[in-house]
Structures are given as C-alpha cells and as structure tokens.
Ligand binder design. Sequence first.
Ligand SMILES: NC(=O)c1ccc[n+]([C@@H]2O[C@H](COP(=O)([O-])OP(=O)(O)OC[C@H]3O[C@@H](n4cnc5c(N)ncnc54)[C@H](O)[C@@H]3O)[C@@H](O)[C@H]2O)c1
Length: 277
Amino acid sequence: MAITTFADKTVVVTGAASGIGRATAMAFAREGAHIVAADLHTDALEPVRQEVEALGVRCMSYAVDVADEAAMKTFAAAVQSRFGAPHVLINNAGIGYLGLFLRSDLEHWQRILDVNVMGVVHGCYFFLPMMIAAGGPRHLLNVSSSAGNFPSPSMGAYAASKGAVSIWTEGLKMELADSNVHVTTVCPGVINTPIVRNWAGVAPSVSDETLAKMRDYYQREGCAPEVVARAMVKAVRKNGDIVLSGPKVGLAYHVRRVSVKLIRAIMIDFSRKAGYL
Ligand SMILES: NC(=O)c1ccc[n+]([C@@H]2O[C@H](COP(=O)([O-])OP(=O)(O)OC[C@H]3O[C@@H](n4cnc5c(N)ncnc54)[C@H](O)[C@@H]3O)[C@@H](O)[C@H]2O)c1
C-alpha cells in the first residue's frame, strides 16, 4: 500500500538546507506533511524552517553530519521522541567531487564515501527499524545520481559513491519486499543547485576556468530542484521504483542498458562540453 495523503505524516529530509533537499522539504510541506529538516548547521536550516512553518505544518530542524554514526543514532532517537517513526525518510545529503583520478588525492575519496555512502547507510540503519516496527505504509527514498548508473569522467569518487548507493538500495528493496516500507532510488541528472558552487572536493588540477564552465553548464542546462522534489512526492504516492529527473536522464538510463559503448561516447562528449574533460 502507498502513502497517498501527507497531512499529519512526518517526512525526514537530510541535506535539507539547500538544493534538492530544500525543494523536497517544501514540496512535502505543501502537501501537509510535518518536516524534519537535517543538515550540517541549524543556521542554514533556519530559512527552511520558517518557510515550512509558514505553511501551517511543524518543522524540526536538526544539525547532524550524516557521516557521523553516533550523531545519526542520536538524531533518529530525537525524531522518534518528537514525532514517532517517520512515514517518509529521504537520505538526500551528499557532496560532489570533480577531478581526474590520477590527479586527485585519497582524502577526498574518503570523505565522499563517508558522506555519500555511509550517510545513507546510517539513515537507513537507524530509522528503518522504527519505521518497520510502527507498521502502516512507510517510504524510503535514497538519493543516488545518474552518475550511479553511468559514470562520467572526472567524477570517479562521486560515481563510485552513487553506484554504491544505487546497487545497495536495489538489494535493500529485495530485503524489504515483504515489509511495510517501500523503497525508491532517486537518480537526478544535471540539476541546477548550489552543489557545483560548493563542490566539497575539487582536485587542485581542476582550473578555475573549467570550474566556471561547469557551473555555467549546470545553470544553463540543469533542471530546477523542484522538478526532482515533485517527482519524489509522486514516487511516494505511486510506490515508484526509480526517479529519473533531469535533462535526458531517462533516455540515457535506457540507452545504457542497450549499449555501454554508446553511452560512454555520449558521456565523453557531455564532459567535454561541460568542461571537465
Ligand atoms: N545537483 C545535481 O546535479 C545532482 C545530480 C545528481 C544527484 N544529486 C544528489 O542530490 C543530493 C542533493 O544535492 P544538491 O544538488 O541539492 O546539493 P546541495 O549542495 O545544494 O545540497 C546538499 C546539502 O547537503 C548538505 N550536506 C552535505 N554534507 C552533509 C553531511 N555530511 N551531513 C549533513 N548534510 C550534509 C549540504 O550542507 C547541503 O545543504 C546529493 O546527494 C547529490 O549527490 C545532485
């Protein structure tokens, strides 16, 4: 059974201070859901909290680093004591990375994996038991990326992290197939969010010119984060399996299944145009 109405339901969104997370928190709040908005710092969440509450629903803002196991355990307990088990959990927080593999350092690899993979693992590990125990329809959305389906050059660590999220989420769907929790993998493509302005990791070899070109590309070609947010609301209502949002993402996803060589050529061309190859 799917969750079809959101009034008085609780939706947890990590990385809710910006981009897709922020748009998603707002989209569910507009549907009447109470929001738990988590991010690294509460001051960055303050505008989101105010906008959500202006819609007449409750909002709990919470500062947590999703990579921190102990902090995520405490976060889940705090949510449970205030709202009970969430109806929808969206593991969205993530960071980008740009740089050719042989010109990158291993420190970036570690942080990308800690946030993008372990952040999602922690969310699932600490929230799913209470969501299952509470019963009734519940929904988990793990935000991966189109990079988790087909990598692009210069984003190796990022693609590795998102590939891990996609493939692990697929396995989790099987483990939860007979449970009350439906699982959706969210694979956005190029979305115009601050992620390219706040790249957590940029290899020193990436020039300012390349970065500027890439930012322009995201601003020009990227779709709005609200599009992804609306697709997530729909995925919950319809018990969707996968969300493919962004320019040509659905097409590329299906081309990849037919011809790896073709998608490789497309990705090389895309990366050159975007300026990072
Ligand atoms: N923008 C895109 O083109 C795109 C494409 C595919 C996938 N995604 C994924 O969508 C998700 C959201 O990205 P976005 O584009 O909205 O980026 P964004 O930078 O606008 O927002 C990400 C948010 O996550 C928070 N965050 C980062 N590390 C965190 C941590 N350790 N703990 C808690 N919060 C943390 C940031 O503070 C920020 O508010 C990410 O997982 C990203 O990989 C984005």
